[in-house]
Design a binder for this molecule. Structure first.
Ligand SMILES: N[C@@H](CCC(=O)N[C@@H](CS)C(=O)NCC(=O)O)C(=O)O
Length: 222
């Protein structure tokens, strides 16, 4: 039997970028949204966070998903950078025109801080989740005002800011759906529902088994 040896599994075996992902990770989700909307063909490697593949750690020792490894070996290991890279290649919906770095920084900073403590209080010392839920609600109220009259965060059409932020709002909403649904956030509710019911979201939520070295490549659905 001949064994084909990929010396380290570090380099992609195809001419397409290799994308290490975790289906439910909001950072990986936002990157997949941009990869798919830009029509970027990739090999999808689903990762189990408790058992990260060595090939991914070799490419990106910090050990977070998403990671995109380009055919020339360039590694992009931040979700927003993956979004920008994909949209710079091809941006058929004009997402780059609907970006808001300051709002995204608020989502990634204070809102994510509140989300983690609301969702996983036991991971923190003496953590009462309720003030964090209230802090998250403050941000959602800001989004609600921002969405009024336009429907999306930077105008009438979805853009980079929406795709970067809604996966985190989804997580916040899902933690206690009954409470979330009872909040007076009409714009946020319809914005979130619209994104979750979109064909694009269905496409990026493709289910795959965790990747194993040597397996046939799995194409990311486009
Ligand atoms: N700043 C990074 C954050 C990515 C991140 O924290 N991803 C989480 C999953 S949602 C992760 O990989 N955590 C590592 C772990 O849980 O071991 C980005 O934007 O890509």
């Amino acid at each position: 039997m001949s064994v084909q040896c990929c010396p380290t599994a570090r380099m992609p075996m195809t001419t397409e970028p290799v994308f290490y992902s975790f289906r439910r990770c909001p950072y990986a989700m936002r990157a997949r949204l941009a990869l798919v909307v830009s029509g970027t063909a990739c090999e999808l490697r689903e990762v189990k966070l408790a058992d990260k593949p060595q090939a991914m750690l070799d490419a990106s020792p910090k050990g977070t998903v998403p990671v995109l490894v380009l055919p020339d070996g360039t590694v992009i290991e931040e979700s927003l950078e993956v979004m920008h890279w994909a949209l710079a290649r091809n941006d058929p919906e004009g997402w780059l025109e609907r970006d808001d770095p300051a709002l995204i920084a608020q989502a990634d900073g204070p809102f994510k801080h509140a989300l983690d403590r609301y969702k996983y209080p036991n991971r923190y010392d003496d953590c009462d989740p309720l003030p964090h839920r209230a802090a998250g609600l403050d941000f959602l109220q800001q989004l609600d005002a921002r969405l009024a009259g336009h429907g999306q965060l930077c105008g009438a059409a979805r853009g980079l800011a929406d795709a970067a932020i809604f996966p985190f709002v989804r997580q916040f909403a899902n933690h206690d759906r009954k409470w979330f649904d009872a909040q007076d956030l009409p714009q946020v509710h319809s914005w979130l529902t619209g994104h979750l019911e979109s064909d694009l979201f269905a496409t990026v939520m493709q289910r795959e088994k965790p990747w194993r070295p040597g397996q046939p490549p799995v194409a990311m659905a486009l």
